[in-house]
Ligand binder design. Sequence first.
Ligand code: HDD
Length: 688
Amino acid sequence: MFDTVTLGAGGEWHQLAMPKGQLLTTAQGMPVSDDQNSLKAGPRGLVLLEDFALREKIFHFDHERIPERVVHARGTAAHGVFRLYESLAEVTRAKVLSETAVDVPVFVRFSTVAGNRGSADLARDVRGFAVKFYTGEGNWDLVGNNIPVFFVQDAIKFPDLVHAVKEEPDRGFPQAASAHDTFWDFIALTPEAMHMVMWQMSDRTIPRSLRMMEGFGVHSFRLVNDAGQSTFVKLHWKPALGCQSVVWDEAVKINGADPDFHRRDLYEAIEKGDFPEWELAVQLFSEAEAEAFPFDHLDPTKFIPEELVPLRRIGTLTLNRNPSNVFDETEQVAFCTSNLVPGIDFSDDPLLHGRNFSYLDTQLKRLGSTNFTKLPINAPRCPFATFQREGHMQTEVHKGRVSYSPSMLDPSGPRADPAAGFRTFPASVSGATVRERSASFSDHYSQARQFYLSQATTEQDHIVAALVFELGKVETLAVRAAMLGHLMVIEASLGRRVAAGLGFDDDVPAPPVAVEPVDLPHTAAVSMMANPPMTLKGRCVGVLLSEGADATLLAALQESVAAAEATLKIVAPKIGGVTLDDGSKVAADHALAGGPSVLFDSVGLLVSAEAAAMMAAQAAAVAWVHDAFQHLKIIGASAGAQPLLDKAGVMADAGVVMIESAGDVDEWLEVARELRIWSREPMVRRVD
Ligand code: HDD
């Protein structure tokens, strides 16, 4: 090891203080003597074409980018394991769903849909939830979303949907947003999207954390057992930390304060050993049961309420390792809905069949070679043997003369095995060749209404507010009007509220309705507020400290936050931190201006009266408190904080806890388990 590296024959300014590491080479392994200076004709002369080391370095750099995903471009991922605890052997021969207590490695990629790779995490958008199981029988990819239904029923409509939601092509904006004319133009003419739109306009599309959202396989799949019998299945991921979202104003501000909020949260949780977990749950049903449902389960715009087919929890997914390299793993991972294992099969959902083509096809475009399956993140972890050969970027060195079948020349070569191998379920198929939608797919409004009416009042308010916001960004009045027509059909009170919110005075045109909606029973499972997490576990508490803050209270807070299995972040006027009233110094995690309260689930103010009076004249401090209050957070405040609370418009309610003793700190964190004081909302935000 040495500390000073002198490069080239130049003067002193080439000296760099850095430790000696391993030998730098070219891609060919040739040792490099200097990678800071190109080869020149004299120190002030022209760069020489002869410099092969320069050319190699820049050549590789020039080709570093690959096309981003056409959708779901912005993603973040983690490694983990799936462990089954309840066997489904009676309905499937798939080992991953029948052999319990086996750790199956997984790689999970979460994503937003519409935004480009560099867009912000808190866009109002569906989240992708794609899981690659590296099973002993090959890779099984469950490529799902955090919403159990989809916008369209047929894959042929997918390119139009995506063109509509992406930035408008003549202007290149808006980025990562559905709040614009082309999206709502398409939706207004796509009644089948109405159910999905209800979910999309709910707070589910602004999750608090990727660790706090559900996942769904969306389609019905088939499970097939050893006897060849088929059972339909819907697959769900249920987060251990519960389902939680932010409020819209918070999302808007988080996007500015920390555009990487979700990826940072996932990364940091895993780094500190707080491993995110989900349970895999299944809804199993037979063909005969499906026929009795008041909808067609092959229609991906419909879901099966848990009250109709209960969930059976069967296994745990734990994410326990961050990728070593985002490009090599998160970017190059290639999910394909067609990656199945024996015992799992497709249903006849037409959207799924289109996906089976699209995913394989897109990987060739993105990754450039049919050999993308050999990349470490995509290769199976079980033994595999194919007769596929050659192609760009072949990484294997195959042996022998035989790369075909049948053959006698290589007795040990790969052989298909009807007993062990994948067998497509022999469903009977009949019917004329038509371009038609099944009549059983034509009720577009009943489940949309069911979803809306199953929400708590506050959740309905948020759907109304989201629709008012989104349609308010639509400039074409005819599109706004057409959407209002659909909303009136979904539920007249919803349509009227959104019309009022938009200040829409004209008559709302009634859309053509193929099947009049019916009232379906309410389903509590779709309401996040009906199933509150009631925990601070995995959440983040932010405390604003001033010079001379009470050291005893801070110590009590540190202890209580740790006991709640949450994280404490210290915010101070300066990043260097503050000196407490006992003379000890504490460093800050955020300077006040860089650590707004939107980054925290609950906030505290441990400030002296003198500091609070000064902070009341600081916009950043006032906004910190004001935002926490209007985002309905639970606030703990030392008595000295009163001037700041007053300036920020904080009114006493169940979510404002005054702190004088360590016991009060506990009380604050006890209330903070509620996460939000929803009853405060009408006081701070009016929804028509
Ligand atoms: Fe898709 C990516 C989920 C319909 C075509 N999709 C993609 C990803 C997720 C989903 C999570 C990101 C995978 C990753 O992290 O790499 N997509 C869904 C769900 C759908 C759905 C849950 C409906 C139930 N998708 C869908 C249709 C089509 C596609 C109907 C085409 C006909 N999706 C793609 C794609 C992507 C993709 C273009 C882009 C990148 C990729 O596949 O690998 O092929």
